[in-house]
Design a protein around this ligand. Structure first.
Ligand code: SAM
Length: 273
């Protein structure tokens, strides 16, 4: 197990929600829990988290991509699930917390799975435009400091026709099951999480960030605003949700750079026809 190099008793919880200055806090928090992150996932979800990842991975693979980017890959569970399901697939996972990636590299080596894990900020990916056939982001998107900027980057690095899959926890639904889940999420999970992880706030941040996260319909609207054709479906009675966006083949006029406009498309006054 890789030892975290960050003080576990760091007292400040990152802010939750969209457009928040949370990157440093999020980095510090995941660095601190990296060694226990997988164990916590299994215990707190009673093992269901891997089933959700597998369901989302099947959506990523639906159009037989050749090259996939798993953003906010953390300890690489999603990237490894993709590689297991499609051994010929080129899988690149990226995350901005080196401690999480290090755990992922150990797992990849132990499982003899060839995935490339790189340190990158999801809000400023330095991959070329249109360089991936598909892109996934499992339980990472909620932690971004700016959701719109994240979606813009996802859209940019996907090729036209490419598919993006976001697996996230939507806010619990307003029904009996949602209320029961909320009780577990807000009362039980933070205590178990604190006990196992040693972090005072990481598993308080989790439910609070979920409560502050947009409803699926709102996230779909944000995806469509960026240009994706989008849909979603709920998993396990609404505890998790898979959001699927496809980058259309036709390019929006606002995406055409002046350098790409041929002289025959420019009228004598210089305006685009
Ligand atoms: C809850 S973990 C999810 C990890 C993994 N995808 C999984 O399914 O278990 C969230 C991850 O998002 C990463 N993350 C959050 N914001 C990020 C950003 N702006 N750029 C890259 N990674 C980010 C964190 O470092 C953390 O590893």
């Amino acid at each position: 197990m890789v030892k975290p190099n960050v003080n576990l008793s760091t007292p400040t919880m990152p802010p939750v929600g969209d457009v928040q200055p949370k990157a440093d806090g999020v980095r510090q928090m995941f660095a601190a829990i990296s060694g226990r992150y997988d164990l916590l996932n299994r215990v707190l979800s009673m093992g269901v988290d891997q089933t959700w990842r597998n369901q989302a991975a099947r959506e990523v693979l639906a159009l037989s991509p050749k090259r996939v980017l798993d953003v906010a890959t953390g300890t690489a569970d999603f990237a490894l699930a993709l590689k297991k399901m499609a051994p010929d697939l080129e899988v690149i996972g990226c995350d901005f917390v080196p401690e999480m990636l290090e755990v992922g590299r150990h797992k990849a080596k132990a499982q003899q799975l060839d995935v490339l894990l790189e340190e990158k900020d999801a809000l400023a990916l330095d991959y070329p435009d249109a360089s991936f056939d598909a892109l996934s982001c499992a339980f990472g998107f909620r932690n971004f400091a700016d959701y719109h900027q994240g979606l813009l980057e996802f859209y940019r690095v996907l090729r036209p026709g490419g598919r993006m899959v976001i697996l996230e926890f939507p806010p619990p639904q307003e029904n009996l099951f949602g209320s029961a889940f909320r009780l577990y999420f807000e009362q039980v999970l933070p205590r178990v999480g604190r006990f196992i992880s040693g972090s005072e706030y990481a598993y308080t941040y989790l439910p609070q960030s979920v409560l502050a996260f947009p409803e699926p319909q709102k996230l779909i609207k944000m995806m469509e605003d960026v240009g994706f054709k989008s849909r979603y479906h709920l998993l396990s009675g609404g505890i998790a949700a898979i959001h699927i966006g496809v980058k259309p083949f036709e390019i929006k006029s606002s995406e055409i750079k002046p350098s790409e406009i041929k002289s025959s498309e420019i009228n004598p006054s210089g305006a685009k026809l």
